[in-house]
Design a protein around this ligand. Sequence first.
Ligand code: GUN
Ligand code: FE
Length: 429
Amino acid sequence: MKRYVIKGNICYSRSSTQLCVAENSYVVCENGSCAGVYQTLPECYAAFPCYDYTDKLVIPGLTDLHVHAPQYPFRGLGMDLELIDWLNTHTFVEEAKYADMEYADQAYEIFADDLKNSATTRACIFATIHTQATSLLMEKLEQSGIKAYVGKVNMDRNSPAYLCEETPEQAAMDTEKWIAENSGYENIKPILTPRFIPVCSDELMQQLSNLQKKYHLPMQSHLSENLGEIEWVKKLCPDTSCYGAAYDKYGLFGNDCPTIMAHCVHSGPEEVKLMKEQNVFVAHCPESNANLSSGIAPVRTYLDLGIKTGLGSDIAAGSSLSIFKAMAMAIQCSKLRWRLTDQSLPPLKMEEAFYLATKGGGEFFGKVGSFEKGYEFDAVVIDDAIYRHPQPLSAKERLERLIYLAQDGCIVAKFAGGTKIFEREASIL
Ligand code: GUN
Ligand code: FE
């Protein structure tokens, strides 16, 4: 039954600058949607069951707009290279293992379990080129209760023989079969996933474009992450005016094709304009961008321009699945960028980082990531008592601290689309 009330200290964003904090209040879930936040519970909800989380913090579930599930086993390892060398040395070698279903079963079990136990309720996930292992990942995630898009990766050139699709036609056939077999889930949906332009031939992009038009699927990829990568794309696509245009050429860059582009660290004015005009979402992945020495994306510019932006963990270029950590790093990196690169772009404030992690990224899923009326009911309840303090803190101060301190052990309940994913005691994980 998706009718209940949660009592606690309710925190949510209305906009990137407007954080709402309702201490000792109620948030109501009715038919899986939020029916509002109330200081005093209206009579009409008095008969709803109430989860009493007095003293705890209640926030919308977090969205991870960009994560590679198969890379989870080598998170924290092999961080001394830049993007292309990192892909060839570590990433492709690991992803090739998912041809083996026994390995995929073990690795994806761990990933799905850890994601379930995190504060993330929504995610946009890359798998590998392997359709069978990708289907298994989707099955496991469906059972976890998390709501996610999952993509079978496409790549057919400039890739090692052991991780390369045979022909664009075969890739399209495999992808279409995978779409047909995985379109019936409640929580998990397929998303087209050309890895990035350097590994996708023109013919493959055309095939994916045809599938997009036929099935109206969203798409996710990478954009302008690394300077060497951008130079490579210029050589591969001499006729396109910017990297983003190489996707747009195939109708795979926003508008009727809802699109997430990870990184956008070095996007120029023309690319940024195209992203804005066509409602492309940016997945900002600050930890990944630091680890692979990619740079620091101008998130302040994206917010000022009203470009749709959220946060991504980008496992395994990012080491942590925690979107709290992504919030902290987004703030920290924006400060370094402001100090070292561009003093016209002020650093992010905590309200803005919280917005990116909730309502900003959540928007890719519709009305998701807030407790405003009519939003899908995704909620995370946090017990921060382990972070002891000699004096009482306000709910806002407690939320601010959690951006830097939160660990999965302090999450005591989690709901997605109104369905309870778990309820448990706080622990030190
Ligand atoms: N660009 C193409 N593939 C990848 C990947 O797996 N991770 C990151 N960070 N960038 C990419
Ligand atoms: Fe990535």
